[in-house]
Design a protein around this ligand. Structure first.
Ligand code: ATP
Ligand code: MG
Ligand code: MG
Length: 353
């Protein structure tokens, strides 16, 4: 059998390792934290920083193909690995998605519309951006933001303290984005194999709470035309990146049904967790199939569903969830339930309408 390397040992790495095992693969994870969710299911863990040269050499030696579960893998590490073994998704997808400036520019170059945005480095460019875009707007760090961290909202009516806003995001390079008065948020989970064939799951409607994904509901309350636009955007983006693997692409839906892309993740995505319960082939298996050179599975959905994240103390609801019919529970094996920490998720199935 063949061995799959996974950089990152969080819950996404854990679920990828489970899917890989189901298809008969061995997995080796590279993760500095010894007691991580993926360690409980992977065959082996290399406990080292993601950019450790010896660890990367060891990972390349022990695996036939390498993937990753988070978008902040150091690009240099991915490129180093790619000289020895195939790395999917391609490192260029990492490089673009880990910088919001490059990401927005790339989306726009693919003719995928986004909110208006402006590159910000200091109070002067922030003032210029606010003048260009108008308020309200959101200031976001270019790098390392997730779950809504590294973001500040601005009114744009002259009352904002621009220096304080830049302080609040650590005075790092940023972009200013127009605030989108969206009707709803949706995401598309798409896959592309090594031959360039693609498959797209049904679009999910996402609700965030305090910047963190709370629920994904399928089907989304959007028209077929809007759903087609989302699929087409994902396919265009994957083609432009010569992508291999699963990707998540997030959108804002406007009142007229048009879409603005927000960001993409070059990996399996939280808003695709429902696929493990409502589809024969989950996003995790789809990703493993894509990177391992296997044919993609049929992404058809057999049930309507709502996926709920279990965050922090939500874990206390597990006993009652276990008693609910048609509730598919998935826990990540994390010992400590800190506030804002993703502990698991539950997908509640309903008969398909
Ligand atoms: P993730 O955990 O999804 O990677 P993130 O920290 O990268 O999150 P975004 O996805 O950019 O951040 O933003 C988080 C949420 O904040 C969005 O899903 C949306 O609800 C809201 N948001 C972000 N940008 C905008 C915007 N321009 N207009 C309106 N709401 C926004
Ligand atoms: Mg993000
Ligand atoms: Mg997001």
């Amino acid at each position: 059998g063949s061995t799959i390397g996974i950089i990152g040992g969080g819950q996404l790495g854990r679920m990828l390792a489970m899917a890989a095992a189901k298809l008969g693969f061995r997995t080796v994870i590279l993760e500095p934290q010894a007691d991580c969710p993926a360690a409980q299911v992977a065959n082996r863990q290399i406990v080292a920083p993601y950019d450790d040269t010896d660890a990367l050499a060891e990972l390349a030696r022990s695996c036939n193909v390498i993937t990753y579960e988070f978008e902040n893998v150091p690009v240099e590490a991915a490129l180093e690995l790619a000289e020895k073994k195939p790395v999917y998704p391609p490192p260029i997808a990492l490089e673009i998605s880990q910088d919001r400036f490059r990401e927005k520019a790339f989306l726009n170059d693919c003719d995928i519309a986004t909110a208006p945005w402006y590159l910000v480095n200091d109070t002067r460019s922030l003032a210029a951006g606010l003048a260009a875009i108008g308020g309200p707007a959101i200031l976001k760090t270019r790098r390392l933001g997730y779950d809504g961290k590294g973001q500040v909202r601005l009114k744009g009516d002259g009352s904002d303290d621009l220096a304080a806003a830049l302080d609040a995001i650590g005075n790092t390079p940023a972009i200013l984005e127009g605030f989108v008065a969206f009707e709803r948020e949706v995401s598309v989970i798409a896959a592309r194999d090594r031959e360039g064939e693609s498959q797209v799951y049904d679009i999910a409607e996402n609700v965030h709470s305090n910047g963190i994904l709370a629920t994904s509901t399928v089907p989304a309350a959007i028209t077929p035309a809007t759903a087609d636009m989302a699929r087409e955007a994902a396919e265009k983006l994957m083609h432009a990146l010569d992508y291999v693997g699963v990707m998540g692409l997030e959108f804002f839906v406007l009142a007229d049904g048009s879409l603005l892309a927000n960001e993409f993740a070059p990996r399996v995505h939280n808003s695709g967790h429902w696929t493990e319960a409502a589809c024969a082939i989950s996003q995790f298996e789809q990703h493993i199939r894509a990177i391992a050179g296997l044919p993609l599975g049929d992404p058809i959905r057999h049930s309507d569903c709502v996926m709920e994240n279990l965050i922090g103390n939500d874990i206390a609801r597990v006993p009652e969830i276990l008693r609910e019919p048609q509730a598919v529970l998935h826990l990540y094996g994390k010992a400590e339930a800190r506030p804002g920490r993703k502990m698991g998720h539950v997908t509640k199935l309903k008969r398909k309408k």
